[in-house]
Design a protein around this ligand. Sequence first.
Ligand SMILES: [Zn+2]
Length: 239
Amino acid sequence: MKEIEELKKIINESNNIVVLSGAGVSTLSGIKDFRSKDGLYNIKYKYNPETILSHSFFFNNTEEFYEFYKDKLNCLDKEPNIVHKYFYELEKKGKLKCIITQNIDGLHTKAGNKNVIEFHGTIYKNHCTKCNKFYDAKYVFESKKIPLCECGGIIKPDVVLYEEPPNTSDIDESIKYIQKSDVLIVIGSSLSVYPVSGLINYYRGNKLVIINRDKTTYDFLANLVINDELDHVFNELNS
Ligand SMILES: [Zn+2]
């Protein structure tokens, strides 16, 4: 494909690439996107996923929150795929400076990437809402009903819930990397979630690449758009 050749050239010529990754990257590892129509939504639950995964719901309906969370967001057994591995190699070569991800599954880190900004947090970190003690994901997913701290406090995942803003430091860091980058690759994101979509506005270069199965509302801004299945794109990129 002509576009892939162009992408290869852009990547070869740059040593300052930043990647913004979304749910489409995780899909290849068998993780469902709860926002897509064929995603996590399940009639078993009385509320939609956006309601359940919200700040107020967590505190008002903690048991139901955790029922859904443990049922749907446990991806401890999932493994990095061709996309994660590709970006790990790019970082190792010193070409990729940072991955900013909307995904909470920790798979970029699991692939070996060192500089990952988990914009929406991660299931791998959890803290007590009372004493702030750290708990790993296994503890939370294996607990019966609501995971409790030894102090009796309720444990909350370090996942940015609906109604919650991302960490200020994550926003600032992301902006800094994007402003300094000469290539920005946005991949597997429909760019429908603010504020992550707003990050694109900080890019100052002329090599904005959007790779996504479906079209996005930001395609008109991009210098290169590839609408295809991600495994096709990366198989060809590797060849
Ligand atoms: Zn505690």
